[in-house]
Design a protein around this ligand. Structure first.
Ligand SMILES: Nc1ncnc2c1ncn2[C@@H]1O[C@H](COP(=O)(O)OP(=O)(O)O)[C@@H](O)[C@H]1O
Ligand SMILES: [Mg+2]
Length: 262
């Protein structure tokens, strides 16, 4: 990928208390000249510690880009992206790799499980690679909470889609990361497995104190979160606390109307 045109600026203020991650004036530009795309246009947002935040917006609005920039999976063009007090643009590749490994959990739409490893081996793989021993008590709690206790020796091909996604969730939780980023985690699940996964994510926030940031385009999925932030054309345009599916839909309809009349 080409270097960004603008240099990320130094943080002006310390990370807000209670924010597990935050962006300040975060911009992301892909390509140059005719292929130039401003995927994020000066986005400022905080993700509260021990909170479940959903990121919503139409396709192409920059949801995945925001998540990837916040998770250190993609470089930023301008502004600031922080995990806790750590400014990501200041880290070298190896430091970034370590931060991702130690502080961040990921759940992707595709489960990304290794087919030759069983469920337990998949769950502990990131820690095995890091040479870290899982906290057995925590691991047992995570496995029991996601309801995988009887399935740990099964390989992904022997598990249903919902169970595979639960393995992916347990893998993200196993190292007790400071923050979990999930990009459309229910995208490949039937509605029942999806509801189960969302209920579990919410429980991990309420009962285990986990911090979760989830990208979704589904108002029902978003209603499991404590708060929804809305993106449109790379900008943060609104947010909603204590969302219900109806409340989220209502807000989305209002944006549509504005689009048509502007
Ligand atoms: N690697 C990339 N190269 C060029 N353009 C990209 C790249 N990734 C995303 N984009 C563009 O950035 C915009 C935001 O994309 P994305 O964050 O994937 O949106 P969303 O997740 O909301 O659907 C889109 O216009 C998309 O085409
Ligand atoms: Mg996306």
């Amino acid at each position: 990928m080409s270097q960004a045109a603008t240099t990320p600026t130094a943080p002006q203020a310390p990370a807000p208390a209670g924010a597990a991650a935050c962006a300040v004036g975060l911009s992301k530009v892909y390509g140059e000249g005719e292929t130039r795309v401003v995927a994020l246009d000066s986005v400022s947002v905080e993700f509260g510690r021990g909170r479940f935040t959903a990121i919503m917006g139409p396709s192409g609005s920059g949801k995945s880009t925001l998540m990837h920039c916040m998770a250190g999976l993609d470089t930023i063009s301008a502004g600031s992206a922080r995990i806790g007090d750590t400014e990501l643009s200041r880290l070298h590749d190896r430091q970034l790799t370590r931060l991702r490994r130690d502080k961040i959990g990921f759940i992707f739409q595709a489960f990304n499980l290794l087919p030759t490893l069983n469920a337990l081996e998949n769950i502990t793989l990131p820690m095995d690679i890091a040479g870290r021993r899982p906290d057995q008590e925590w691991l047992d709690l995570v496995v029991a909470t996601v309801g995988l206790s009887g399935r740990l020796r099964h390989r992904p091909s022997q598990l249903s889609g919902g169970q595979q996604q639960r393995v992916a969730v347990a893998r993200a939780l196993a190292s007790r990361p400071e923050i979990i980023f999930a990009d459309e985690p229910t995208g490949n699940l039937d509605s029942r497995s999806g509801a189960e996964l969302l209920g579990f994510l919410r429980e991990s926030v309420r009962e285990l104190g986990q911090t979760v940031v989830m990208v979704t385009h589904d108002p029902v999925a978003a209603s499991y979160a404590d708060r929804v932030v809305f993106l449109a054309d790379g900008r943060l345009i609104d947010e909603l606390a204590g969302p219900t599916p109806e409340g989220v839909l209502d807000r989305m309809r209002r944006f549509d109307t504005k689009d048509r009349t502007s």
